[in-house]
Design a protein around this ligand. Sequence first.
Ligand SMILES: [Zn+2]
Length: 358
Amino acid sequence: MNPLQSSYNEHQLSGRYICNSHIEPLLSAYNTSIIGNSEAGLPIHRIRIGTGKTKVLMWSQMHGNESTTTKSVFDLLRYLQSDKSLRETLQLSIIPILNPDGAKAYTRFNANQVDLNRDAIDLCQAESRILRKEFDEFSPDYAFNLHDQRTIFGVEAKPATLSLLAPAFDKERSFNDCRTKAAQLAASVFQGLQSSSIASQIGRFDDQFNPNCVGDAFQSLGVPTLLIEAGHFQDDYHREQTRMFVFNAYILALQAIATSTFADVSIYHSIPENRKIFFDYLLRNVRYVDHGNEKTADIGLQYKEVLNRNLIEFYAVFAASGDLSDAHGHIEPNCENLEPFSFKIEESAQNLLKSLNL
Ligand SMILES: [Zn+2]
């Protein structure tokens, strides 16, 4: 695939903290409307681009702290300026930040602490109703549901940098024409990225049916819906590399739609399932003293993401200890030669890292 590179990067967006105040200065370059307000009164923006017959609805940051796919949306918008053929074949409606309150507070939830991805049936939140109205009025041929996933997900022994899913539309998780089309779309992305450095870092997300989830709901309504989850890439906690792979995933999916050239559904089923197998740190063979006895354990630490003055800071906290031989760490030092620790591991993740010079 060709447009792999960062030449389309929207440089005004970077890092993990992306909210309305970051994207609003960029909007005047595009055909933008405010399609409603969030529960706390912030505008929800929509961008339309393209004049083609085939319509694609995309929404990002329905979970406020999942900003990678939003950065990639703006990279895509820059790219589309140069791709007349895609613009003339497709018509895109993009909601870059569906949950501006959650984005501002850097939380998954909206201002009422509701998970919008569990509100597809009740539609009890303004943001959910706005998305549903856009879905009904725009009447898309395809829908892209865009998220970030945590660093805990892996594909075999590697981090899951991308996860894809054609959500189920029934409890039996069966495949009708609509879901098959979504699966073929995912397969096209997977196949297109086989020549990239994340060929073995793409997972298939769990397809348990939940009608309260928006992807499942839209799939049930007969619109092929693709879930894209941006995940961890080696040493890329700000997800600037991942952002590029997501951008490429968008292009691959849109090209497949525009040319009606889809990969075979069997490729979708061959995508390995992603699993919760990673810690941010997995400290192997840590010796520690417990009630006067020396013991050895593996210790898993997980980063907590904290918003501090417009920046996201990462604090390691204790997540698990014991025999973690089946798990992996994005950083995995062997601690067997260190003096035994005497402090309480559960309370001392930071001390532990300090003594390891990490
Ligand atoms: Zn999410």
